[in-house]
Write a protein that binds this ligand. Structure first.
Ligand code: PRP
Length: 215
């Protein structure tokens, strides 16, 4: 048993998972179980330096676990942080999971053509609302849960606000970027109370992580 305080870390399932696990592996944490996890949801990793419980949840849930203190630390995309304004510290840009928010539509579509309010489909209504508010453009938002690129193809919406990583989903569906909104990458977030009560352990993880991302 090591005598460092236990730290709970909520990781985002899916796309970010591999790169995030790799960061902890580079810090000397034994992540074997996390790499070959089956249906297990929580993984205890302990050595002389770290005493960590990792768990894997969906991105919006990472912010919930950290806000309530069920996780001390979370790894989550800036897209989720921009959409869900919650209470915690955002301490590090991990420079993984790099992508961007963009406004996209079928080739030939123009936002300023015609008089009717344009319909915008998105998984990120707050991000989209803020984008159009800044542009002083009156639009109608349609919340979609996934495969947003489909919406303009079948006539549900005129355009979409979504994440673009490689651009292949847009390309394969005949959509193009109309305007880039902002860059996104994964962030480390910390529960406000944990920053005080487990300061030493939390700071060690922040410092070691920043060494790895700056290598
Ligand atoms: C995201 C995003 C785009 C796609 C972009 O969806 O919403 O659809 O990835 O990636 P690309 O530019 O590399 O093609 P995700 O695969 O996470 O799932 P979803 O479509 O169910 O939302």
């Amino acid at each position: 048993m090591c005598d460092v305080k236990n730290i709970k870390i909520a990781l985002t399932k899916g796309r970010l998972e591999k790169a995030a696990v790799k960061i902890f592996e580079s810090m000397g944490v034994d992540t074997k179980e996390l790499e070959d996890k089956g249906r297990k949801l929580i993984f205890h990793c302990e050595n002389d330096l770290y005493n960590i419980d990792f768990f894997l949840v969906k991105a919006p849930d990472v912010t919930t676990y950290v806000e309530y203190g069920a996780a001390d630390i979370g790894i989550v995309g800036k897209d989720t942080l921009l959409e869900k304004n919650k209470e915690f510290y955002e301490v590090l840009d991990l420079e993984i999971g790099k992508c961007r928010f963009a406004l996209a539509a079928l080739k030939g579509f123009k936002m300023d053509e015609g008089y009717s309010r344009k319909k915008i489909a998105t998984k990120y209504p707050n991000v989209a609302r803020e984008f159009f508010r800044r542009k002083e453009q009156d639009i109608e938002l349609i919340k979609i849960e996934g495969s947003v690129e489909l919406a303009p193809i079948v006539g549900l919406a005129d355009a979409i606000v979504d994440i673009v990583e490689t651009g292949s989903t847009l390309k394969e569906n005949g959509l193009v970027i109309i305007e880039e909104i902002c860059d996104i990458s994964a962030r480390m977030i910390v529960n406000k109370a944990s920053m005080k009560t487990k300061r030493e352990e939390v700071m060690k993880i922040i410092e070691e992580t920043s060494k790895i991302i700056n290598k």
